[in-house]
Ligand binder design. Structure first.
Ligand SMILES: *Cc1c(COP(=O)(O)O)cnc(C)c1O
Length: 455
């Protein structure tokens, strides 16, 4: 038997005790969120009516590099952490590349994605504050599934507004949420003012994240002891996800290597930041040369082709104004299968880092993402989430460059989730029914132009 190690496994006792807050080490901190009415900077306490106080404080914390992970959350992490770091020998061989490819396998969480890392933390802080009910919205259902698990773990009631078209087309994630005891409502619904208004004007409205967010926020604001939660984009979500990179750092040490390149797929930035930021602290503090690459779909290219400006975090314009790379909150992404990447903007930390050229971004066409996902399934035995396929495709591109140059670069990517509940998307790919949705410069300009008109 060969002595090559395939999986680098850390024991429970090595679950990190602190999350890493990259804002403390950033040369230029993100600019503050603004109140849309007054354009004045917001303080953490301005967010208390909507979010648990500890989470609002974490959101605005630009000074403390380390935040303790509560014991109760670490106890829950034991159900699936530490996750394995895996050397992708099969993929390397298929590509004939001298690169060493590693992936962090977040698909082993009970709900199949990294989202549980933040769901457990958010549910815990709500519970600790005496909150009894939480709300959220979900598109494809990954965040809703993770939060349902976490709400049950900490004894909270959860109401999820699920975009109506997904509710009907993706029944299994709805079943997962219901199995964990969450109440799932197709949005728009008659249960809120916002939903009733939409339904009376457009009785056949199929729903969107924007409408689901407004319903979830309205319910949180009008219910005593109820808070709203979010699964990506915000800085506290990315903070919780740094557990991925902190474990990976120890595991790369076990492998005796250090990554030259770190890659994550990009929706709002939480799994990309989660794997990257702990390594980035060595770039920021010691000048270590590592490339950090965010892989976004070319149908939703906010990092590579969007603009940096203040914009709303949601379609409906309910959130504070955030300084971000954006295609405009009015941007309607094509209906690609990587539902978790169909978001118009990027979190404020990643946006500032990209502006300061501390990271890079690439666009991946839908077909290339599934080509890479199938190659990965056939060589490594794991069917990746359509979102994760974008990270794999970016890793494959880089590994191919190594084949040409002969350089044995060390590539690390995050496998954010598995695709076993997304087989309808694979069916379409295998049947040849999937297409690319590249955007013209005209389309992008027009959309951002509309944003300027809104002000
Ligand atoms: C939600 C999701 C994403 C995108 O969200 P980020 O916050 O950018 O990480 C990526 N992969 C999977 C599997 C997801 O569920």
């Amino acid at each position: 038997m060969s002595t090559k190690t395939k999986r680098f496994i850390l024991p429970e006792s090595e679950i990190p005790t602190r999350w890493y807050n990259v804002m403390a080490d950033m040369p230029n901190k993100p600019m503050p969120p603004l109140n849309p009415a007054t354009k004045q900077p917001l303080k953490a306490s301005d967010l208390y009516p909507i979010f648990a106080e500890a989470l609002a404080d974490q959101e605005m914390n630009q000074t403390d590099p380390w935040i303790d992970i509560p014991d109760e959350v670490r106890e829950q992490y034991k159900n699936y952490r530490c996750t394995p770091l895996v050397r992708a020998y099969g993929l390397e061989k298929a590509l004939g590349t001298p690169a060493h490819i590693y992936f962090k396998n977040e698909s082993v969480s009970p709900v199949g994605s990294h989202k549980l890392n933040s769901a457990l933390a958010q549910a815990y802080y709500c519970k600790r504050q005496g909150v009894t009910n939480i709300t959220t919205e979900t598109g494809a259902g990954q965040w809703g599934a993770a939060l349902s698990y976490a709400a049950k773990a900490f004894g909270l009631e959860l109401a999820v507004y699920m975009v109506k078209i997904s509710y009907e087309q993706k029944p299994y994630r709805r079943s997962i949420m219901q199995t964990f005891g969450a109440q799932v409502t197709a949005s728009p619904s008659m249960s809120t003012k916002a939903g009733r208004k939409i339904l009376t004007e457009h009785p056949n409205h199929q729903g969107s994240l924007g409408t689901a967010i407004s319903e979830a926020i309205e319910l949180a604001m009008s219910t005593p002891n109820c808070k709203y939660t979010l699964g990506s984009v915000l800085s506290h979500v990315t903070l919780h996800q740094t557990i991925i990179g902190l474990e990976a750092e120890k595991q790369m040490e076990m492998a005796g290597e250090y990554p030259d390149l770190i890659i994550g797929c990009f929706g709002g930035g939480s799994n990309f930041g989660g794997i990257s930021f702990p390594f980035m602290r060595h770039t920021l503090r010691e000048g270590r040369k590592t490339r950090y690459i965010a892989a976004e779909p070319d149908s939703c290219p906010k990092l590579t082709r969007g603009v940096f400006r203040y914009d709303f975090g949601d379609e409906a314009g309910y959130t504070p104004l955030l300084p971000m790379f954006t295609l405009g909150h009015n941007f309607a992404p094509a209906n690609i299968h990587a539902g978790g990447l169909r978001y118009h903007g990027a979190g404020v930390i990643v946006s500032q880092l990209l502006k300061d050229k501390l990271m890079e971004a690439v666009d991946i066409p839908q077909l290339e993402s599934f080509d890479a996902g199938c190659l990965f399934a056939q060589t490594e035995g794991i069917i990746p989430a359509p979102e994760s396929c974008h990270a794999i495709a970016a890793a494959v591109r880089e590994a191919r460059k190594c084949t040409e140059s002969g350089e044995p670069k060390v590539i690390l990517f995050n496998l954010s989730g598995h695709g076993l509940i997304d087989m309808a998307a694979y069916d379409k790919y295998l049947a040849g029914d999937l297409v690319n949705y590249s955007l013209s410069d005209e389309q992008i300009k027009r959309n951002i132009g509309e944003l300027d008109a809104i002000g």
